[in-house]
Ligand binder design. Structure first.
Ligand code: FES
Length: 104
């Protein structure tokens, strides 16, 4: 059973933005959507392992800063070349102003 881990304060992430979160030797990206929901994925692009938190969030898309590959950060779906491998996603919930991620 995967653990829920306290990652950050809800207010640490601006709307339509992303932050990097490192935990137990792994790196994740945590997103806040334009409609104020929170999501988490692996932090590294599946193309060349670049940190996605340095990319651009637009609606439900994260654009990788290196080659502009795009993923849907809600589903992890790769949206076309050069990315063809989906991102792993993780369940997120917000409790008492804290963002909790279910790390698997
Ligand atoms: S490293 Fe992300 S698209 Fe190439």
């Amino acid at each position: 059973m995967a653990d829920w881990v306290d990652a950050c304060a809800a207010g640490d992430i601006d709307e339509e933005d992303v932050i990097r979160w490192d935990h137990a030797g792994r790196t994740f990206a945590i997103y806040r959507s334009p409609d104020d929901e929170y999501f988490a994925t692996d932090g590294l692009c599946t193309h060349e392992r670049i940190h996605l938190a340095e990319g651009l969030v637009m609606d439900d898309i994260i654009e990788c800063p290196k080659h502009n590959g795009r993923f849907n950060y809600k589903t992890g779906l790769a949206k076309g070349a050069p990315v063809c491998i989906n991102l792993q996603t993780y369940a997120v919930r917000v409790e008492a102003g804290r963002v909790l991620v279910q790390v698997g």
